[in-house]
Design a protein around this ligand. Structure first.
Ligand SMILES: Cc1cc2nc3c(=O)[nH]c(=O)nc-3n(C[C@H](O)[C@H](O)[C@H](O)COP(=O)(O)OP(=O)(O)OC[C@H]3O[C@@H](n4cnc5c(N)ncnc54)[C@H](O)[C@@H]3O)c2cc1C
Length: 415
C-alpha cells in the first residue's frame, strides 16, 4: 500500500463494494468522527468511516476563508497534536488568541490574557474547513480505516453479538460497535430511539469574515448587547498579513435581527458590525457573504446503548456563546478512543457496561458546560422576563462578567 503525503484534491471515496466486517463503524466523518478514527489509527482495529459527503475547502481557497471558524481550546489542540493532525494545519492560517476583552453594559469591561493564567494562548482560531479537510485527508491514508463516502446509511440493526448497518447501496457493514458522530440531528440517535430534548434559542448565529482597518494583535472581543452576543475572533490573515487585519464575526442574534443582518448589503453589514463593535478594529470590509445558523440546546440523557455510542454534536448541542461546542466533541473522541485502546482482550467494546464508562466519564463536563452556558445566556439576555429578581439585586451585566471569566478560564486550563 502506498501512502501519499500530499493531496491536491481530497479523496472522496474508497468505496468497497462488498459486505464487510469491522470492529468499529463510525457514522459521520466530521470533526469528531474523523478525529476518533485518527485516534485509533495506529491500532489493529478495523474501522469503517461512513459519511454522506467529504468536507471541502471554500471555493477559491486559499484566497477565500471559511466563514465558520472555531476557538480551539489548548486541550483540543493537544489532542489534535497527539493524533498527528495539528502539525499539518497550514501554519499561517492559525491564529493564537492571547487576550480576550468582554464588554457588558454601561461601559463595563473585563479582560483576561493567556499571560495572566500562565498559558501561551487562551485558544486558537482556525477555520472549520481547514481542520475538517486535514482530518479527512489523514483518515483516508490509514490502512485500518475504510471510508464509505458518499454513502447513505439506511438501517441500523443491533443484536446481542453485533450491529449491522445497511447502506443505500445494499451493502451491509457489521461491527461490535457503531459510533454516531453524525451531528446535531444524528441519524444514529434516531434509529436507536435514543431520547433527545431540543430547546431552540430562537436565535441565529450569524457568521462572516471581515478585513479590518486596525490590527487585532491576537485579541478576541465579545459584547453582551441587548440584541444578542457579538464576537470578533481574530484571524491570522494568512501570508502577507503580518499584523492581523482579518477577523471572523459571530453574532448570536434574535431571529428577526439575524434575518435583517443577512439581508443587508456588504457595505451596510460591515458598517453595522463595526458600529456594534464600537469600532474597536476600525472600519470593516466584508470578505464573503454572511451565513446564519439556527442555534439550539440539545440534551441527550443517554449517549450510549448496547453496541452504540454517540459523540460530538450527536451527544450534545450547546450555545456558541463560549465557543465550546467542538471542543466538547474532541474530548468525547479522546475519552472514547482511550477507553477502547485500554480494552483488555476479554472486553467487548460494544458492551453496554463497557460503554457506560465513556458515558460516566463525559457526563459531568457536558452537563456543567451546557448548564453554565445556558444560564449565562439567560443572565446576559437583557430582556428576559424571568430575570427581574437579578435586576432588582442590582446585578448589572458588568457585575455578571466575572462568572463568565471563570468559565472561560476553567476551560482554557483544562487539558
Ligand atoms: C454558527 C455556529 C458557530 C459555531 N461556533 C463554534 C465555535 O466557535 N466553537 C466551537 O467549538 N463550536 C462551534 N460551533 C459548533 C460546532 O460546529 C460543532 O460542535 C461541530 O461541528 C460538531 O462536530 P461533529 O463532528 O460532532 O458534527 P458535524 O460537524 O455536524 O459533522 C457530522 C458529520 O456527519 C455527517 N452526517 C450527518 N448525518 C449523516 C448521515 N445520516 N449519514 C452519513 N453521514 C452523515 C455529515 O456529513 C458530517 O460530516 C458552532 C456552531 C454553529 C452553528
Amino acid at each position: 500500500m502506498t501512502h501519499h503525503h500530499t493531496h491536491r484534491h481530497l479523496p472522496t471515496s474508497r468505496q468497497a463494494q462488498e459486505d464487510a466486517d469491522f470492529d468499529l463503524i463510525i457514522v459521520g466523518g466530521g470533526l469528531t468522527g474523523a478525529s476518533l478514527a485518527m485516534a485509533l489509527a495506529d491500532t489493529t482495529l478495523k474501522i469503517a468511516l461512513v459519511d454522506g459527503r467529504a468536507p471541502s475547502r471554500p471555493q477559491n481557497w486559499p484566497a477565500q476563508w471559511d466563514s465558520r471558524v472555531y476557538a480551539i481550546s489548548p486541550g483540543s489542540a493537544d489532542f489534535l497534536s497527539q493524533i498527528g493532525c495539528w502539525s499539518h494545519l497550514t501554519r499561517d492560517r492559525l491564529q493564537r488568541v492571547a487576550k480576550m476583552c468582554v464588554f457588558g453594559d454601561a461601559g463595563g469591561e473585563i479582560e483576561f490574557s493567556a499571560f495572566e493564567i500562565g498559558t501561551e494562548e487562551l485558544a486558537w482560531i482556525v477555520e472549520s474547513a481547514e481542520i475538517a479537510c486535514e482530518l479527512w485527508t489523514s483518515v483516508s491514508r490509514q490502512r485500518n480505516v475504510t471510508c464509505y463516502c458518499p454513502a447513505e446509511p439506511q438501517v441500523l440493526c443491533v443484536s446481542d453479538a453485533s450491529a449491522a448497518l445497511t447502506l443505500a447501496s445494499g451493502q451491509i457493514l457489521r461491527a461490535k460497535l457503531v459510533v454516531g458522530a453524525d451531528g446535531r440531528e444524528s441519524w444514529v440517535r434516531q434509529q436507536l430511539g435514543l431520547e433527545s430534548q431540543h430547546d431552540p434559542y430562537d436565535e441565529l448565529g450569524v457568521v462572516a469574515n471581515f478585513r479590518t482597518e486596525l490590527p487585532h494583535f491576537g485579541t478576541a472581543y465579545q459584547w453582551f448587547r441587548p440584541d444578542g452576543v457579538l464576537a470578533y475572533l481574530p484571524l491570522s490573515g494568512g501570508e502577507g498579513d503580518a499584523h492581523g487585519r482579518m477577523m471572523s464575526m459571530v453574532w448570536s442574534a434574535p431571529e428577526t435581527l439575524a434575518r435583517e443582518l443577512l439581508a443587508l448589503s456588504p457595505e451596510d453589514l460591515a458598517y453595522r458590525v463595526a458600529t456594534a463593535g464600537e469600532h474597536k478594529l476600525g472600519a470593516l470590509e466584508l470578505m464573503a457573504p454572511a451565513a446564519g445558523f439556527p442555534l439550539k440546546l440539545v440534551r441527550v440523557p443517554q449517549v450510549v446503548a448496547a453496541r452504540v455510542a454517540l459523540i460530538g454534536d450527536a451527544a450534545h448541542g450547546i450555545h456558541p456563546l463560549t465557543g465550546h461546542g467542538v471542543n466538547l466533541g474532541f474530548q468525547d473522541a479522546r475519552v472514547l478512543a482511550q477507553l477502547i485502546r485500554d480494552a483488555r482482550p476479554v472486553d467487548d467494546i460494544g458492551d453496554f457496561a463497557f460503554l457506560s464508562r465513556y458515558q460516566r466519564a463525559r457526563k459531568e463536563e457536558v452537563l456543567v458546560l451546557q448548564s453554565a452556558t445556558d444560564v449565562m445566556r439567560k443572565l446576559f439576555a437583557a430582556n428576559t422576563p424571568g430575570l427581574s429578581p437579578l435586576r432588582n439585586l442590582g446585578l448589572s451585566l458588568t457585575n455578571r462578567l466575572p462568572l463568565l471569566k471563570s468559565l472561560f478560564i476553567r476551560y482554557a486550563l483544562e487539558r
